[in-house]
Design a protein around this ligand. Structure first.
Ligand code: ZN
Length: 398
């Protein structure tokens, strides 16, 4: 899937007082894998044999909430202050705002002025030759779907978190790059683990549109589909991430054909049907298409609601979609899950940029995150696995 590289306005960095988070009520915190499932429709669950004696989840999430933040005339919110605890291994920022906006984090700085994301502006309003969000030590891109945005830290080899006071700023612009006024809702989830993680578990929530006869019940019986899942399970198991609970649900057949952009796109509406925040929500559709200057063309075989996607279900970015009739469906499925958990392509096809992870192969051959997801491979590097383990949806088990 293509990367949207949002330019941010050239403006002075505000030095106003920072905004502190609003406490998150227990009832609104991200539902954890070990929480009781509440669903209002029949569902089928599957569980890997490895997960039958599922190891305990070792990490904890600290959640901070910044509701109803106005954006100024430049599309910026006031700086948000947050305290990162010791032993933080990942931090996910999720932004939701009016649907005329594309949102991203354009500043994220820690103790002693350590900037992991920068828009390149300075206190005097001129740009130094410092990196902009995309080229920052921790890459930051705008949401793929209007009305949403997210950032995972770390997503590169040069980014890491440390305990202390951090400051965050969000920027929103419309499709033409003009500032939008919000308000936006910013959620920060900080993942804390007692030691450096070595292994994890990921739940998968499958949603079927009935495309090519695949309903929830039919998929459970389908040999082809089972083989695809076995292959996906193998790709992640090789790097220490087990697929845990897998659920099967049906969604409306009207979602079978999806344009992933354009005014008529309903992909965000489809992702909003997700209700389970304990894993990646994956939608099986018939076809994905792109709209270029009003002309519709065949799209990629898969599409992720974001890079990363949010850890909360029910947003316009809370899912991954794929068409099953592609070449190597297991690689496509795992590739899109990789995007959702924060990975970029080893190198981008349409802009001259390699991913920010040092140990990925330059040309990407054999790697799961090769930009042509049908011709990559099943491999993930230790640097990529570090990113996957940072996302709150991956439960740390070892
Ligand atoms: Zn991709």
């Amino acid at each position: 899937m293509p990367v949207r590289n949002l330019a941010t306005p050239r403006v002075r960095t505000p030095h106003s007082a920072t905004v502190a988070p609003t406490p998150v009520p227990a009832s609104q915190r991200t539902r954890r894998a070990d929480a009781v499932d509440r669903v209002d429709r029949p569902r089928v669950q599957g569980r890997s044999s490895a997960a039958a004696v599922a190891p305990k989840r070792l990490d904890k999430l600290v959640e901070l909430d910044f509701p109803a933040l106005p954006l100024d005339a430049h599309g910026h919110c006031a700086p948000l202050s947050l305290q990162v605890p010791a032993n933080a291994i990942g931090l996910l920022v999720t932004i939701e705002g009016p649907e005329n906006g594309y949102y991203l984090v354009d500043q994220f700085s820690g103790p002693r002025g350590k900037a992991l994301v920068s828009d390149g502006s300075t206190a005097r309003g001129t740009r130094r030759r410092t990196p902009q969000p995309f080229d920052s030590p921790n890459r930051s891109v705008a949401g793929m779907i209007p009305g949403t945005g997210a950032l995972l830290v770390p997503n590169s080899s040069s980014a890491s978190l440390c305990a202390g006071a951090w400051t965050l700023r969000v920027c929103g612009t419309d499709a033409q790059g003009n500032p939008v006024r919000g308000p936006v809702h910013v959620r920060v989830q900080i993942k804390v683990a007692p030691r450096l993680p070595r292994a994890g578990r990921l739940d998968l929530h499958l949603h079927f549109t009935g495309a090519r006869g695949l309903t929830a019940a039919a998929a459970r019986r389908s040999r082809d589909f089972k083989e695809t899942l076995v292959e996906v399970r193998g790709i992640f198991a090789k790097v220490g991430i087990d697929l845990g609970t897998i659920t099967y649900d049906d969604v409306s057949p009207r979602f079978q054909k999806q344009a992933i952009d354009g005014a008529d796109s309903k992909i965000g509406k489809m992702f909003k049907t997700s209700t389970d925040s304990s894993g990646v929500n994956l939608y099986i559709v018939k076809e994905l298409s792109l709209v270029d200057q009003g002309v519709m063309s065949a799209g990629p075989p898969g599409f992720s609601g974001g890079m990363p996607g949010p850890a909360n279900a029910g947003t316009a970015a809370s899912g991954v979609a794929m068409a099953m009739d592609c070449m190597r469906p297991a690689c496509v499925m795992a590739h899109e899950i990789g995007h959702f958990l924060g990975l970029f392509h080893t190198h981008e096809q349409f802009i001259n940029a390699a991913d920010p992870i040092k140990d990925t192969p330059v040309e990407g051959w054999g790697n799961l995150m090769h930009p042509d997801e049908g011709s990559g491979g099943p491999n993930l590097t230790p640097g990529q696995v570090r990113v996957l383990l940072a996302h709150p949806l991956v439960q740390i088990t070892r």
